[in-house]
Design a protein around this ligand. Sequence first.
Ligand code: F0G
Length: 456
Amino acid sequence: KRSWAEPYKIKMVEPVRMISREERQEAIEEAGYNTFLLRSRDVYIDLLTDSGTSAMSDRQWAGMMLGDEAYAGSENFYHLEEAIQKFYGYKHVVPTHQGRGAEHIISQLMIKEGDFVPGNMYFTTTKLHQELAGGTFVDVIIDEAHDPENEHPFKANVDLEKLERLIEEKGADRIPYVSIATSVNMAGGQPISLGNLKKVRELTDKYDIPIIHDMTRVAENAYFIKQREPGYEDVPIKDIVHEICSLTDGATMSAKKDALVNIGGFLALNDEELFKLAQNMVVVYEGLHTYGGMAGRDMEALAIGITESVEENHIRARVGQVQYLGEKLLDMGVPIVKPIGSHGVFLNARKILPHLSQDELPAQTLAAALYVDSGVRSMERGVVSAGRNHETGEHNYPELELVRLTIPRRVYTQAHMDVVAESVEAVYKNREEITGLEFDYEPEYLRFFQSRFKKR
Ligand code: F0G
């Protein structure tokens, strides 16, 4: 097997700062042990998120110069609309400032008080908008998704029995739509298969329930389909992406991931009437329906980013870099979520810190320890991210207690991945010394972003 390298070369560099261990210790204490509250200047390798952190191509930067900054009818909007129609196949486009802007609109338009929204695992902002609209999220992902050791190739598949049971129990009229994410973030960047999605389509057709697609990382999901689903070995990524979208009725997109821009998103819909309502709502919360919170130049960069996101070489290198890091960690014996995900490697904090109970916030603790070791910034995806139950006020205790090492697209080199792996190994070797955290301050919404913690 011959080596292959990134399908690009570097034209501009951004120096990073390296501070001492003592300074990092001080920085994390000041940040209340929350990596979201660190200053980026104190971070050496930033794996907090792959959201808005990717490097744009020279083509995208050239597109930025073509920004048509008209309040209404910007040329760039029409380019964006064309790209979405061509690559994703949805008919109508409502631009938004980012993914949650689209989630807000679709949730308010479709969900009524007392409704249930089934989905293949929750995502933080998606679920919150469903709840704010009066709905209750119901997890209908296959059980394998909750087991970090299970090597099911399509852990984002829907358990069709769970879904049908819910529809029968609550009635189809209480289910405004089924929420289907591609490359499920909270499961560790795991894909849904086309075979499963087709069955979800059949089932929802039977009950006349629409599917709304969280397409934030659809190209990454398509890459795994090409690798793993029989019959798709030779199908181009862009055709797989198109087929996935064709099985759904609309989509919310955080373009800050797959689509390679630093800001932007959209809501895409096939239903004309719903589209009109969304178009009217976007002017209230985001901006006029031909910019929705983005500058003209942002829309141009996004239109080009969509094109690049489905290129075979790009997606192979992108997911390939994540696999490289994951395989290194597996070789070192570090417990991670398997199979390795598409956008990041997820450390199994429960297994790494078995001496900490979930109330001692193992994933939050591990993320802080990793930062102190090397300046690598990661993110908690465990009990802190899961928030509280709205009725009982108790913590939601998810089965997965993970630390996400999220890889920005086209930003870091293989040497950076080596440094990250060595730091994780160092922390892993020293795991028994690590003590837990507790809440010091907890805000009401999406608490993981702004909570502060202290040593127990
Ligand atoms: N859906 C998924 C699957 C996401 O991963 C995100 C964002 C959103 C929706 C919301 O989009 O941030 O543009 O408003 N995920 C980021 C992350 C924050 O770090 O995983 P947004």
